[in-house]
Design a protein around this ligand. Sequence first.
Ligand code: 5RP
Length: 218
Amino acid sequence: MTQDELKKQAAEAALAYVQGGIIGVGTGSTVNHFIDCLAEVKGRFEGAVSSSEASSERLKHHGIQVVDLNSAGQLSLYVDGADEANGRLQLIKGGGGALTREKIVAAASETFVCIADDSKRVDVLGAFPLPVEVIPMARSYVARELVKLGGTPVWREHFVTDNGNLILDVQGLEIQDPAGLEQQINNIAGVVTVGLFALRGADMLILGSASGAKIYEP
Ligand code: 5RP
């Protein structure tokens, strides 16, 4: 099976968790499959809070109502992809640059179901460059601080987030303490969000694999 077929398999398996109300929807190619699946079960839920302009567009294209988080209250379910996931279901996210809104919607949700193909499962986070969203004027300062933490930040040039900010992708990290590093990077002035989802990781991980979708809990 191709990687895209495995992503689709995980997305289809996540449909079982859609039980009504307003659901949180993430961003990326795996979530695009999930949105396409949601279109088939529109009667089962009221609408969606989206983590990016791209996902909002896709949801609307399918006739699914996009709801502002401010009027949605606490969400029961959030479904999103990941760039890496460890055994404790701590994640690296932000490959698509939507990490800030993703972190907000994850925080506002009772259950975070992460969907991915099985290549995303790792023992130690960090082989995937860690995205950090920064306020534009802080780019160089934050980059110097990230070097002090042992990483090599690379500016994602020609990319602006939905919030009007920039992304530094930090290479060369072997993240032994994801929650500690998340806090450290959060504390750098000018950082909007770090793509480590460790303090609030996923509650469930669905991995598409050659032998079928596998479900993991921390
Ligand atoms: C976007 C994300 C995505 O969930 C992550 O990059 C995975 O993407 P894909 O499903 O395309 O592999 O965090 O900011």
